[in-house]
Design a protein around this ligand. Structure first.
Ligand code: 13P
Ligand code: SF4
Length: 303
């Protein structure tokens, strides 16, 4: 049944000139019908280059909005209406405008996990894999980094020459992991390397063998000569790594590292989107596109 649905999706997307993008936190059942799978940065770059008239984003809303900003003439559909990222809505455009009034010289750097509305008043976007590089290339010394204070602190530690202000936002899933859980995982798997996403709190990241974005964690585990790894990010990464490296062992840092929003999309949803009967078409005003687009374009340029 599943294979039949996947074949139907593959046939229809070709017939209807549709590109399917899937974030790496989607399960294998979804990534296997996608044209491109990757972290937020890789998907933004792919979206900017795609020729298809329609793009279906299997991920969360800010990712689909990002595609619409880069490709305003394309029809962009979010695979599931309710798939959002709680972190993307922790601050508002008004919060940033108030800050800018007081600190006009400070560059506002927005993690890509933000709404299109927030991006209209920021200077540049970053993803977890490009944040350090992009912030280091900004001419300003003073930076406001929103919304993720854990990723922001990670960037600040790497770039002591910058003066980085942080607000108290973050991913409710990654930031909920405690140092006690990290210690317990290390004790349970003493031969495993510990790989962690920078959205985890510093007390967890500091005890890791490697800190990196989704894509960087996957790359590190694939290239490593070691055979066992504790994965300190969304559990879907374990599934993908196990397919690619059947001779290695991957363990979850915690069974709580599951992003419910990323798990909403089903094959039925994707079929419904293709048939014009599901998901949510992303509609942004011309003004939002005009004002928010530079943020993502600059990210690609500097990254
Ligand atoms: P990446 O930037 O590593 O794709 O992460 C996106 C995300 O939502 C992490 O929680
Ligand atoms: Fe947002 Fe966290 Fe889910 Fe990533 S894992 S989409 S940051 S809630």
């Amino acid at each position: 049944m599943i294979k039949k649905m996947q074949d139907e999706i593959l046939r229809l997307k070709k017939e209807k000139d549709i590109c399917i993008l899937a974030h790496s936190y989607q399960p294998h059942i979804i990534t296997s019908i996608a044209d491109h799978t990757g972290d937020s940065y890789a998907l933004a770059v792919k979206a900017a280059k795609t020729d298809n008239r329609t793009v279906i984003m299997c991920g969360v809303r800010f990712m689909a909005e990002g595609v619409k900003l880069l490709c305003p003439d394309k029809k962009v559909i979010l695979s599931h209406k309710r798939a959002g990222c709680p972190m993307a809505e922790q601050f508002t455009k008004e919060d940033i405008l108030k800050f800018k009034e007081k600190h006009p010289e400070t560059a506002v750097v927005a993690y890509i996990n933000t709404t299109a509305s927030i991006k209209t008043v920021c200077d540049v976007c970053v993803t977890s894999s490009s944040a350090v590089k992009i912030v280091s290339r900004l001419p300003q010394k003073d930076i406001l980094f929103i919304p993720d204070c854990n990723l922001g602190r990670y960037v600040a530690n790497k770039l002591p020459e910058k003066n980085i202000t942080l607000w108290k936002g973050g991913c409710p899933i990654h930031s909920s992991i405690t140092p006690g859980e990290a210690t317990a995982a290390r004790e349970m798997y003493p031969n495993a390397l510990f790989l962690v996403h920078p959205e985890c709190i510093p007390e967890v990241s500091e005890s890791a063998d490697f800190v990196g974005s989704t894509a960087e964690i996957m790359e590190y585990a694939k290239k490593s000569e070691k055979k066992e790894f504790i994965i300190g990010t969304e559990v879907a990464i374990i599934e993908h790594l196990q397919f690619e490296c059947p001779d290695k062992k991957f363990y979850p840092l915690s069974p709580r590292l599951v992003c419910g929003d990323m798990k909403l999309t089903t094959l039925t949803d994707v079929l419904d989107c293709i048939n014009g009967d599901g998901g949510d078409e992303i509609i942004l005003s011309d003004e939002t596109i005009r004002d928010a687009r530079h943020c993502i374009e600059r990210m690609i340029e500097l990254g």
